[in-house]
Structure formats: structure tokens, C-alpha cells
Design a protein around this ligand. Structure first.
Ligand code: HEM
Length: 342
């Protein structure tokens, strides 16, 4: 069964993963619907060890305070605190480093596991849909409103006209998510962010590392945030600006349209053909199907001087495109994300 506001399957998966994952409601700084309980929180161990009433540091400090009536003893204890402090601080450093190293190792295992499960379901043929899913989840972010973004809410938004065709990639990832959840709960937001990066790499694009820890929203994001395909370059730039994305990032991210059926090169190879084809403006030709190539929004980019400069750079230098796409992708999948506490 597919996800929709009226269909519980995906939201339930979403809730079940969230409710048993490592999220701390108390750590929320912004109004956001939260998963209920926490399972994994290695970094919070640091807080409890360092500041806890039974820690070496606090017991010595408490001792020193309680012996106010006895100046000699107090002075001795203060001297002892002063002498012990550097050692304790150093010890604390080792403990923290150990815990952080453990946490990093855990994250690494989790990351590898998610990537492995994603690879089992995301073939070259399915890559385009999965990559598009990323933009439709993250692209709802608006900086001014501080809402929307990479939060897995796409699973509640699949009936929206702009999301037509995205049930399939969600369904594909649901299978992988189920496998991961059985071992260690993962949010939809992390799942989609990693899957998009893997989709790019399956199609021979750049390797994009994705940090884990995004929280899922439990409700749809506000509507009308994604750019319409009929926007001109000015409208596209404004729309991306509201998401904190520059003109250069708009042009780099639009290069994702090299995948799929819009006629930019090989539909399953992630390369810089998008920019090469844009410069040729095949839609101006009446020959064959060339009038069908590209979306109005793609064609609009090449008519804008600022965008054109980037299009030319990326058409001439695939490595630059890969580097800039990678950085813009990382920014996109972190847009508006709420993170489990550190
Ligand atoms: C710049 C504004 C954008 C607009 C107006 C836009 C709009 C669209 C539209 C209308 C489609 C065609 C869907 C269909 O064939 O049914 C499409 C496809 C696609 N979009 Fe975008 N998009 C934009 C940016 C992005 C970004 C930033 C990404 C990812 C980083 C992206 C990834 C994709 C992919 C991979 C496809 C091909 C999907 C497939 O063939 O299955 N798009 N986009």
C-alpha cells in the first residue's frame, strides 16, 4: 500500500522508526512534531558523566563547599582540587573522545548498512525517480518561515500534483527502509538523503557523503513551496534564494535533469550532458523530437546571463560540475533538517 494522508502504511513506518530511535524531545529548539522516545544517544553519555552529581568533579566541589567551617580543611581540599583538576579534565577529555569515537563508529556502521540496503533496490533505471524524491522532500524548505525541508514529510505529500510519479520511488525505498529498521531505526529523511546520493553514484556521478541524524516530521509541509516548471530564470532564482540556495547552486542542482527522460544525454548516466545540450538549444530546432527536450525551467536558465556563465563552466568542466553538485546536494539535504541531539 502506498503512502498518503489517508493511507497509514508509510506514516506508520515513519512513526515506528521514529518512535524507537534516538531522539530527545527536550533537545528541540524549534516547534516541531517529535518522535516519542529515544534509543540511541551516545553523546548524551558525555553530559551525564561530566555534570552528574556523582561525578568526581562535582563530589570534590561539593566537599569543598560543605567544609566552610573548617578553613584549614577547606584550603587543603581546594589545593587538592587544584592539583587534581588538570588530571580530571584530561581524563574527561579521554572519556569524551572515546565516546565520540564510539558514536562515529556507530554512525559509520549505520551509514554502511543503509547504503547497502539502498544499493539492493536502486538500479540505474530507478535512480532518476529516487533523486527527484530528494528535491521534492528538501525543496519545501523556506528560510524565512524556518519550515519545510529535508524531514521525510514527502511520504504525506504524495497526492500533491507536483509529486505525481513519486509513489514508486517511495515504495522502492520503503523496502530498503524496512530492512534497515529491522536492525536499527532510520528516519525517512536520512533514508531519502542517502538514497539520492547513491542514485547519483550508481549512475557514475560523484560520490556524495551524507551525514546521518535527521528527524522525521509527522505531518506534511506547507504547500506551494516547490518551483513550478513554468517559472522563468528570475522566478527560479528567487525561489531558490528563499531556500538559501544561490544561482550557482540552482544551476548545479538542475544538472540532476541529466538523469531521466527529458532528453539530456544518456538517461541513466550522471554527467555534464545537461549543460552541453542546453547550450545547443535543441528545442529551437524543428527536427524530430528535439522540440521536446528539456523543461521550460531548463530552457529558461540558458537565457539568463548569470546562469549561462555557470552552464558554460559546467559544460566545459565535468569535474567542476561534480564538485559543485556534491556541495549543493549536501546543502540541499541539510536544508531545514532537525537533528537528533548530540
Ligand atoms: C529548478 C527547478 C526544478 C523544476 C521546475 C523541476 C521540475 C521537474 C519536472 C516537471 C520533472 C518531470 C517529471 C516527470 O517527468 O513527470 C522533473 C524531473 C526530474 N527532476 Fe526536477 N525540477 C527542478 C529541480 C530539480 C532538482 C534540484 C533536482 C535534484 C537535485 C531534480 C531532479 C529531477 C530528476 C532526477 C528528474 C527526472 C525524474 C524521472 O525521469 O523519473 N529536479 N523535474
Amino acid at each position: 500500500m502506498m503512502a498518503s494522508p489517508s493511507s497509514p502504511t508509510i506514516p506508520l513506518t515513519c512513526c515506528s522508526s521514529s518512535s524507537s530511535s534516538s531522539f530527545h524531545p527536550s533537545s528541540r529548539r524549534t516547534k516541531f512534531e517529535l518522535p516519542a522516545k529515544s534509543q540511541r544517544s551516545p553523546p548524551s553519555l558525555i553530559t551525564s558523566r561530566v555534570g552528574a552529581p556523582d561525578s568526581p568533579l562535582s563530589s570534590i566541589a561539593a566537599d569543598a563547599a560543605s567544609s566552610a567551617g573548617d578553613r584549614v580543611s577547606r584550603r587543603r581540599k581546594l589545593i587538592s582540587v587544584a592539583a587534581t583538576l588538570p588530571f580530571l579534565l584530561q581524563l574527561r577529555g579521554y572519556v569524551e573522545e572515546g565516546i565520540i569515537a564510539d558514536a562515529a563508529e556507530l554512525d559509520n556502521d549505520e551509514y554502511t548498512m543503509i547504503k547497502e540496503e539502498v544499493r539492493k533496490v536502486v538500479s540505474k533505471a530507478k535512480a532518476a525517480g529516487v533523486l527527484r524524491l530528494v528535491f521534492h522532500d528538501a525543496g519545501t524548505f523556506e528560510m524565512g518561515e524556518n519550515s519545510g525541508g529535508m524531514n521525510g514529510s514527502i511520504v504525506y505529500e504524495l497526492e500533491r500534483p507536483e509529486n505525481a510519479g513519486l509513489k514508486k520511488p517511495v515504495k522502492i525505498l520503503e523496502k530498503a527502509k524496512g530492512e534497515v529498521d529491522a536492525r536499527r531505526p532510520v528516519s525517512w529523511a536520512d533514508m531519502i538523503a542517502v538514497a539520492g546520493a547513491e542514485a547519483v553514484s550508481v549512475c557514475e556521478g560523484p560520490i556524495i557523503p551524507v551525514v546521518l541524524g535527521r528527524l522525521d516530521s509527522m505531518k506534511p509541509d506547507p504547500e506551494g513551496r516547490l518551483p513550478e516548471e513554468t517559472l522563468d530564470a528570475f522566478g527560479l532564482k528567487k525561489c531558490f534564494q528563499r531556500k538559501g540556495l544561490s544561482t550557482q547552486e540552482l544551476v548545479a542542482l538542475s544538472g540532476a535533469h541529466t538523469l531521466g527522460s527529458k532528453g539530456f544525454g544518456n538517461p541513466v548516466v550522471f554527467d555534464n550532458s545537461y549543460y552541453k545540450v542546453l547550450l545547443e538549444k535543441p528545442w529551437m530546432s524543428s527536427a524530430g523530437m528535439s522540440g521536446m527536450i528539456g523543461l521550460p525551467s531548463d530552457r529558461a536558465l540558458v537565457e539568463d546571463d548569470q546562469c549561462l556563465r555557470w552552464i558554460e563552466k559546467y559544460a566545459n568542466d565535468q569535474n567542476l560540475f561534480f564538485k559543485d553538485f556534491k556541495n549543493a546536494y549536501v546543502k540541499l539535504v541539510n536544508s531545514g533538517a532537525r537533528w537528533r541531539s548530540l
